[in-house]
Design a protein around this ligand. Structure first.
Ligand code: ACO
Length: 703
């Protein structure tokens, strides 16, 4: 496998190794030696001599052994020639620590470095990184603080400083690492490459990624989709507020803020997105060590009603289902339940419960096959012996840790705080905050459900792509980056989208005849390549009931458009069947700058950008995913039918979503396509695509 030698090199050279302890090149050699790396280490320094008791080589070419990884920590201007030397030596992977390339605007040198590496078949991690740690070879080739404990969590980070800080954090949180990789500028190796190795790495049981920006998002999404079926991936992404670069071009564009798309695609790929570094740590730590629940039914055991209710609320939020077979619960806790307690879930033993009662109740949950996970909550009380209780937790956890998921949440004063610290230090999932405990169990449930999902069904759809390409080529040949209404109508016809009947009228007489043919009421719209925002230019008239209204509208549209854009060439006025009212939705698809083709569905109409009730997915999607997009909306109940209304034709909506998603995937020259509104009627009565807007990419070289 391509990345294996990066994580498991047989020999490592450090170019820029130094005998000066304050230098990064010294730290790296020191960490490699201290971490107990099992392969050979070769310091490279023009002065030769000794570095940390190892002979230093003045030239890489002087080494006889094969080198799998060269760590480069020399000033930026010398890196390119060092890369060439590595190529000549047959090095497999470069770990370029040095900063000062694309992150400060020097794209050219970075490009040349990558090109030189490719010519020699080398892969590059970095540049601008703090290095790599791999438990598989006991290799700490970073300039971090050292002392990384091996364990089941892999971390991939784009932020160097945060990554180094995470080394310290893993120590205080008792999280052992299988790998820690800094990806920096991602000039060559990116998250997807690393994930492919980590997915197969038996040491790695959960993966944490810190991402700032996504490159090659469609490949990342494909890889994550695979990996999350085998092990959980938690992501923290900064930059939630950034907007897509094509924001203003369409509704889809303005709703497709970078973060909205990232969030949706991550969920589609089964990735767990954490809000903070702390949450991410809490989750991966638990995910890496907990067994998967044998079923969906969790039970809360508490000695305090208040935290029981808080936990119940949190369970709802985090998708943890609570077992509620009352006779079974009453039977299970009959021995320990005081008269005024409650065996309803949350099982409340009340503040009177002693440590032993609590232990018995918790054991009852863990023994009972119909109960699949335990949330053990405890509030400090005067009657309770905290030390005895901590001992009981240890015993119970040791007996059941491999059989069922358990999370503990303890709340109280100094004695409780110190018990939490001790128990956590021993790797027991004890939390001070009830929400942390429940969110961890929720993350485990989501990961477990994902691991049980089968592979995505292949999504294939036959579309007359050649015919559509021809329509797009016509618009392009005319120097346009958007399709005129008749061209869009042709694409709609090829896609089988039900659009209202329409005729392009080039004179007043033609407009009158067209309206009579189509039948009243009708809508009229200007057709002009010079007028993109028709309504703003007064180029649209709705609900025209008679010949007289058509005549007035025809003249008013021409007048108003020419007043708005005096030089506009008006090709004619489109007379269109007026569509019956229904639920207005919007379906859009676009080439996302990070993830490539994406598709959007949302509640449409004039409030679309206020409500922002939309769902995104990476395209193409199949019917099941399209239906899931519909049910993701807050306004889904409107489509299900409220106040005695009939259910709407959700299958017909899904059909349009699927078609647009396939089109945007197969016709990459389409920048943005949007049906707005897509009017949805009652179940079985289909949809009407009232307006279809298509933007095409500018040919290269045109600005
Ligand atoms: N081959 C081998 N050794 C060389 C070569 C070469 N071609 N050229 C120079 N050297 C030696 C130097 O002689 C020196 O050794 P010495 O101490 O014996 O003299 C050693 O390599 C280092 O070279 P210096 O010129 O002293 O460079 P310095 O160590 O000051 O800086 C560094 C090099 C660390 C790579 C710097 O350029 C840099 O990029 N720093 C930033 C690193 C960073 O922060 N990366 C991102 C991490 S993530 C985060 O944000 C934390």
């Amino acid at each position: 496998m391509e990345m294996k030698l990066l994580f498991e090199p047989r020999a490592v050279a450090v170019i820029g190794a130094s005998a000066s302890p304050e230098k990064i090149g010294f730290r790296i050699v020191e960490n490699i030696l201290r971490s107990g790396y099992r392969g050979c280490v070769f310091p490279i320094n023009p002065r030769g001599g000794e570095i940390l008791k190892l002979p230093a080589y003045a030239d890489l070419a002087d080494i006889e052994e094969e080198i799998d990884v060269a760590v480069i920590a020399i000033p930026a201007e010398r890196v390119l020639s060092a890369v060439a030397a590595c190529g000549a030596k047959g090095v497999k992977h470069l770990v370029i620590i040095t900063s000062g390339f694309s992150e400060v605007g020097d794209l050219e040198t970075e490009r040349r470095i990558v090109q030189s590496a490719r010519e020699h078949g080398m892969r590059i991690l970095g540049p601008n990184i703090f290095g790599i740690y791999s438990a598989a070879s006991s290799l700490d080739a970073t300039f971090g603080p050292g002392g990384i404990a091996p364990g089941p969590v892999a971390i991939i980070t784009q932020s160097g400083a945060l990554g180094i800080a995470m080394i310290g954090k893993t120590a205080t949180e008792s999280v052992g690492l299988s790998a820690l990789v800094s990806v920096g500028n991602k000039a060559d190796i990116d998250e997807a490459d690393l994930l492919e190795y980590l997915a197969d790495d038996e040491r790695t049981r959960a993966i944490l990624m810190y991402i700032e920006g996504v490159k090659n998002g469609d490949r990342l999404a494909r890889t994550l989709s695979e990996v999350t079926r085998r092990k959980p991936v938690v992501v923290i992404k900064s930059g939630r507020s950034k907007r897509g670069s094509m924001a203003a071009a369409s509704h889809t564009g303005s709703l497709a803020g970078a973060d909205e798309v990232f969030d949706s695609v991550m969920r589609q790929c089964g990735v767990l997105r954490a809000e903070s570094v702390q949450e991410a740590f809490t989750w991966v730590r638990y995910l890496a060590t907990s067994p998967r629940p044998p079923g969906e039914e969790a039970v809360i055991v508490t000695n305090g009603g208040g935290i029981g209710v808080m936990a119940t609320d949190a369970c709802e939020k985090h998708g943890v289902r609570l077992y509620d077979d009352q006779p079974v619960l009453a039977e299970a806790f009959s021995d320990v339940m005081p008269d005024f307690g409650s065996s309803k879930n949350p099982v409340d033993l009340t503040g009177q419960a002693k440590a032993e009662d609590y232990g018995k109740a918790l054991t009852a949950v863990l023994k009972e096959d119909r109960m699949h996970a335990a949330l053990a909550l405890y509030c400090e009380t005067a009657l309770f012996d905290t030390e005895r209780f901590a001992g009981l937790l240890r015993e119970i956890y040791a007996s059941y840790r491999d059989r069922k998921p358990i999370v503990f949440s303890l709340f109280g004063g100094e004695r409780i705080e110190s018990a939490i610290r001790d128990l956590r230090g021993e790797g027991i999932p004890v939390f001070g905050d009830v929400y942390e405990a429940v969110s961890s169990l929720g993350a485990l449930y989501r990961a477990a459900r994902r691991e049980q999902e089968g592979p995505d069904a292949a999504v294939a759809l036959n579309l007359p792509i050649d015919e559509i390409h021809r329509v797009l080529a016509g618009a392009r040949a005319a120097g346009r980056t958007f399709l005129l209404a008749p061209e869009a109508a042709q694409v709609a016809a090829h896609l089988g989208l039900g659009m209202p009947r329409s005729v392009l009228a080039r004179s007043l007489d033609e407009a009158v005849r067209a309206a009579a043919d189509i039948g009243y009421p009708v809508v009229m719209k200007v057709v002009s390549k010079d007028i993109v925002h028709k309504s703003d230019a007064g180029g649209v008239a709705l609900d025209l009931e008679s010949e007289a209204e058509v005549i007035d509208a025809y003249q008013a549209i021409r007048r108003s458009c020419l007043a708005h854009v005096p030089d506009a060439v008006i090709d004619g006025i489109e007379v269109v069947e007026m569509v019956c009212p229904g639920v207005e939705t919007i379906v859009g698809a676009r080439q996302d700058p990070s993830f490539g083709p994406v598709v959007m569905f949302g509640l449409g109409g004039v409030y679309v950008e206020v409500m922002k009730d939309v769902a995104f997915r990476a395209a193409p999607v199949g019917r099941a995913t399209a239906r899931a997009m519909v049910s993701d909306l807050r306004s889904y109940p409107i489509l299900l039918g409220v106040r005695g209304e009939k259910r709407k034709d959700i299958d017909a909506v899904a059909d349009v979503v699927v078609k647009l998603s396939h089109l945007i995937d197969r016709c990459r020259e389409i920048a943005d396509i949007e049906v707005n509104p897509l009017v949805v009627y009652a179940h079985g009565e289909g949809t009407r695509a009232v307006d279809l807007r298509i933007l095409i990419k500018q040919p290269k070289g045109v600005s």
